[in-house]
Structures are given as structure tokens and as C-alpha cells.
Design a protein around this ligand. Structure first.
Ligand SMILES: [Zn+2]
Length: 112
């Protein structure tokens, strides 16, 4: 990452802090984001009104998916996902933007 402190490789970079904020998102936080953004419309693939599924780990954290940039494999983006229980269509939401909306990054709680 470009903002890494080369003199102190142990220092947390802004990117590290952003990832920690993303990792702190819980099931209810993602649901709040979806409600705030009115993002639970019927499935565009099968047309049904469904209860979207959010896969979580044992600590109630939604799964985080890492998609690498093909042109720069050392970089990529993190996403949360929701899946239609009828047809398995999956929607991805940029995890950084979700955390920012939840004020875990930037905004009122994320900046010092
Ligand atoms: Zn569907």
C-alpha cells in the first residue's frame, strides 16, 4: 500500500485501519446499511420478493470477499454479499463504502 510507513512497518496504515473497521461490521450492521439504502428490492434474476441471505461466521460477522485487480494482483476490493435463497443470484456491496456509511470509516467516528 502506498501510505505504508517504511520506517516502521509495524505501524498501522490507514488501509489497515479501514480493513479493521470493515472486519468489525456485524450482521445487524449490514442489515442496517441495506435498509438505509433501500437495497432489498425483489431479486432481479428470478423476480421474487425474498429474504436475502447473509452468510456469517461464528462471531456474527458477514463473510468478506476479496476480489483482486487483474492488472495489479496486489490490490483489490473487499465486498459483502447477499444471496437470493431461490435462485442463488448474489449481490455484492463494496465493504469500504458500507463501513463508511456506518460511520466506521471517516465521517463522525472514523477520523481523529
Ligand atoms: Zn432470485
Amino acid at each position: 500500500m502506498s501510505d505504508k510507513d517504511e520506517r516502521n512497518p509495524q505501524a498501522a496504515t490507514k488501509a489497515d485501519l479501514d480493513v479493521r473497521a470493515i472486519e468489525s461490521v456485524r450482521f445487524n450492521d449490514l442489515n442496517r446499511f441495506l435498509a438505509d439504502k433501500n437495497a432489498e428490492h425483489p431479486c432481479e434474476a428470478c423476480g421474487r420478493s425474498v429474504e436475502w441471505l447473509i452468510k456469517t461466521d461464528d462471531a456474527d460477522h458477514p463473510f468478506i470477499h476479496f476480489l483482486t485487480n487483474f492488472r495489479d494482483p496486489d490490490n483489490g476490493n473487499l465486498f459483502f454479499s447477499i444471496m437470493c435463497p431461490n435462485c442463488s443470484n448474489t449481490r455484492f456491496f463494496d465493504a469500504f463504502e458500507v463501513a463508511r456509511h456506518l460511520d466506521l470509516i471517516g465521517g463522525t467516528n472514523g477520523e481523529t
